[in-house]
Every structure is written in structure tokens, then in C-alpha cells.
Design a protein around this ligand. Structure first.
Ligand code: PGA
Length: 241
């Protein structure tokens, strides 16, 4: 059975006080959300400890936005898996397009991060997706398949989430048409050995398009950036019918 996972990615937004304010509002609004879905918040490192405390005994799971492959060492600006698990983190986004684009993340470093996350008991959320130029050039499938084949070498597929995030749809308001997202996610599923991997869609998900996205047979959840920052918007997404 594939698990439904609705995850928010706060990126570099929210101080601790803003995070606490969000949670007070948000938790009250998802009280009646059906039990069939897991809710995850991937927050900045400085928010992890305080969010972890507020989530204690609650259904929301905590996520980070990156994880380094070494256990410790001289890696200024990085964070290890055990630093994350110690504060209650369960998930870690790996290979987000913003990491690939602005911070030189490659399929090889993505692969190292995925393996390190899994060996510490974290569930990585591997992001894959094509640029507008690659899509227009008819290269979408090839790009995605390369990202999967190189990223997943030696990675276990039983503790793994994949997010298909077409880069042109991230933060642009331009959502990938639900049927097309479903088609590409079908291509991803065909490439995996485990049929039960949760595969999310990400890119301008909002309360107004969540029902259509979640109605697609291959789509098992969403990774939400902008619309996860406002409690009422993210609750609207979590509470989809
Ligand atoms: P968006 O971001 O929802 O703001 O488009 C999605 C993401 O980057 O994960």
C-alpha cells in the first residue's frame, strides 16, 4: 500500500516565533483531517527543535531540507543525520532543484546524501524534475530517468519518497497540468523496483488545485512550498477531499 504524504517545504522562511505562531493556527485547523494521510513539515534548521517540541504527541512529522553524508567533520554549513534525528526529525528533502541550481548539488552528492539519511533512519524525499528548456526540447523523461538512475545507486527503495517537481512549476504559480504530472510520475514508477514508493507532485500546489492533483492515480501526495507558509492554505491542502 502506498502511503499518502502531504509535505510542506518552508525553504528559508520563518523564524522560531513565526514557526510557533504558524503551528498554533495550523494544528487547530487539521484536527478533522482524515487519518489516511501523513502530514510533514520540512522547516529551517533553527526551527527544528522548537517545532519538534510543539509536535510532540501530534500527528505531524518533522522534516529537514538537507542532510550531509558524513557523520561529522570539517564541513562548514552542513548538518549530519544524527544531528537531525536527535531532535526528532523523520524526513529529509534531498536534491531539491534549488540545491541543485544554487549550491552545486549533483546526482552524485544527492546519492551520498540519500544513503546517509537512510542509514540513520531518516526517510529521504528525493526531488527530481526538468527545466522548461529541457521540457520544450522533449527531454523530460530522459532527464528524470538519469536523475533516478544516478541518484538511486545503492539506495533502498523501501524507506524512500520521491517528489516530481518540474522546475518551471516551482514558485511560479504555473502548475503542471494534473494529467501530465500523473503521466511523468507513471514513468518514475516504472523505473523503480519497489511498486510501493510514495511519489509526490510539487510545483505551485494550492488549495484550489489539490483535489484535481490528488485525484490522479499515480500521485500519492504533494510537496508544497509557498502555500505551506500560511496556516490556512496548508490546512486547506491537508484537508483535501
Ligand atoms: P512551490 O514550491 O509550492 O512554491 O511551487 C514547491 C517546492 O519547491 O517544493
Amino acid at each position: 500500500m502506498r502511503k499518502i504524504i502531504i509535505a510542506g517545504n518552508w525553504k528559508m522562511y520563518k523564524t522560531q516565533s513565526e514557526a510557533s505562531e504558524f503551528l498554533m493556527e495550523f494544528i487547530a485547523q487539521i484536527d478533522d483531517a482524515p487519518e489516511d494521510r501523513e502530514v510533514v513539515l520540512c522547516v529551517p534548521f533553527t526551527d527544528l527543535a522548537i517545532v519538534s517540541k510543539s509536535l510532540h504527541g501530534n500527528r505531524i512529522r518533522l522534516g529537514a531540507q538537507n542532510v550531509h553524508w558524513e557523520e561529522s567533520g570539517a564541513f562548514t554549513g552542513e548538518i549530519s543525520a544524527s544531528m537531525l534525528t536527535e531532535v526528532g526529525v523523520r524526513y529529509a528533502i534531498v536534491g531539491h532543484s534549488e540545491r541543485r541550481q544554487y549550491f552545486g548539488e549533483t546526482d552524485e552528492t544527492v546519492n551520498l546524501r540519500l544513503k546517509a539519511a537512510q542509514s540513520s533512519g531518516l526517510i529521504p524525499i528525493l526531488c527530481v524534475g526538468e527545466t522548461k528548456q529541457q521540457r520544450d526540447g522533449g527531454k523530460t523523461e530522459q532527464i528524470i530517468i538519469n536523475q533516478l538512475d544516478n541518484g538511486l545507486v545503492g539506495v533502498a527503495q523501501d524507506k524512500l519518497v520521491i517528489a516530481y517537481e518540474p522546475i518551471w512549476a516551482i514558485g511560479t504559480g504555473e502548475t503542471c497540468e494534473a494529467g501530465e504530472a500523473n503521466r511523468v510520475i507513471g514513468v518514475i514508477r516504472d523505473r523503480l523496483t519497489n511498486p510501493n514508493v510514495t511519489i509526490q507532485y510539487g510545483g505551485s500546489v494550492k488549495p484550489s488545485n489539490i483535489n484535481e492533483i490528488m485525484a490522479q492515480p499515480h500521485i500519492d501526495g504533494v510537496l508544497v512550498g509557498g502555500a505551506s507558509l500560511a496556516a490556512s492554505d496548508f490546512a486547506g491542502i491537508v484537508n483535501y477531499q
